[in-house]
Write a protein that binds this ligand. Structure first.
Ligand code: SF4
Ligand code: SF4
Length: 351
């Protein structure tokens, strides 16, 4: 489990257990949910639509065997049902917000009953942007419910009446792979629901989404030039797990993500000039465009690497980076090459 989330989860549980620290516990829970939700936002914001119905671990045993779209749907359908049908006793966000139509889901259930290809087909039918809006609204709505809870509410239990009500909603499939959920939820008190659908369930599914995303990035990079337009090597980049390369649709380079149209200006410039990368450009050394803007902390390192590629070629460059890794302990190449691009080039040459 993600160390940070696991620690927050542990702290939240300890704080909720005592009346004196209950409201701090709710605060910690909201922080944890915010941190996990940011991961979902990042994936939805940066990944191409076609990524969301892919199942790179299809057939595996575990949450990572699903798709990104399915994971989002499943997490927030469960939360919506539990938060509104059980705790608040009001209408679900799916119906209140009109998401049953806009998300374009053919089902209103949690999706537990779907198997194999059905998951991929279902995922492909969803409008991912609307699905994200639904997830965001469910999160906000649950957060409000959580904020309104008092310590005494934690012990509230749910009986047969709630079970019957839940079955009537049709939001949980009668298939045996799904129908157990109702008994499971109703066996818990409010504290138990906080511990699972509202926190741990998120962690488990979003961690699985990370695995799916990382695998999709690796698959996208297969057979693609691993040298980025700016001169960095994707194989040596600290974002290598996260990013699918600026030469593919799975580019999630942090610089590109904050650039207009989410396109790295250096990549756009190279493409407009019809060149392979900035290392093939005669203006390289004096260039201050995009990633090479002097205020960018990676500018000198990227330029030094592009200059090395221009002088010695990509093959030698990758060997030089391997040697640099053996010689120094660093996360980003700018920690070693970032002072000045000529000095960075010299360090690479002497590595
Ligand atoms: S951030 Fe740049 S160098 Fe790193 S993996 Fe993405 S495209 Fe490659
Ligand atoms: S002008 Fe700058 S950004 Fe454009 S290709 Fe040349 S070095 Fe790269």
């Amino acid at each position: 489990m993600d160390k940070n989330w696991s620690e927050m989860n542990r702290e939240m549980q300890a704080l909720l257990a005592k009346k004196a620290t209950f409201s701090d516990g709710i605060g910690r829970l909201l922080e944890l949910r915010k941190s996990i939700f940011e991961q979902i936002t990042q994936i939805v914001d940066t990944f191409p639509e076609k990524a969301f119905d892919q199942m790179p671990f299809a057939g595996a045993d575990g949450y990572h065997s699903k798709s990104l779209a399915y994971s989002i749907w499943h997490i927030f359908r469960i939360e919506d049902i539990v938060a509104h049908e059980m705790i608040a006793g009001d209408r679900q966000v799916l119906f209140d917000g009109g998401y049953a139509e806009t998300v374009r889901s053919p089902i209103i259930t949690t999706g537990n009953e779907l198997k194999g290809d059905e998951i991929a087909v279902f995922s492909g039918q969803l409008d991912v942007k609307e699905l994200y809006r639904y997830a965001r609204d469910v999160t906000g709505s649950t957060n409000r419910i959580l904020t309104g809870l008092e310590y005494a509410d934690l012990k509230r239990k749910f009986g047969e009446e709630t079970e019957t009500k839940l079955r009537k909603t049709g939001c949980v499939s009668e298939d045996e792979s799904a129908s157990w959920l109702i008994g499971y939820w109703c066996s818990k008190d409010v504290l138990g629901l906080i511990r699972m659908p509202f926190s741990r369930h998120w962690i488990m599914h979003v961690e699985a989404m990370r695995r799916i995303k990382n695998r999709l990035c690796r698959m996208a990079r297969k057979g693609v030039d691993t040298i980025a337009y700016c001169g960095f090597s994707c194989g040596h980049c600290f974002l290598g797990e996260w990013c699918g390369s600026c030469r593919t649709a799975y580019n999630t380079c942090s610089y590109a993500m904050v650039s207009p149209d989410r396109k790295c200006p250096n990549a756009a410039c190279c493409q407009a000039k019809g060149i392979d990368g900035c290392y093939a450009c005669e203006s390289l050394e004096a260039c201050e465009k995009g990633f090479y803007i002097p205020s960018n902390d990676g500018a000198n390192a990227a330029k030094a690497q592009a200059m090395y590629i221009r002088k010695y070629g990509k093959k030698e460059f990758l060997k030089a980076l391997d040697r640099l890794r053996e010689k120094y302990d660093f996360k980003k190449t700018q920690e070693i090459l970032g002072q000045d691009h000529r000095e960075g080039l010299r360090i690479l040459e002497e590595s």
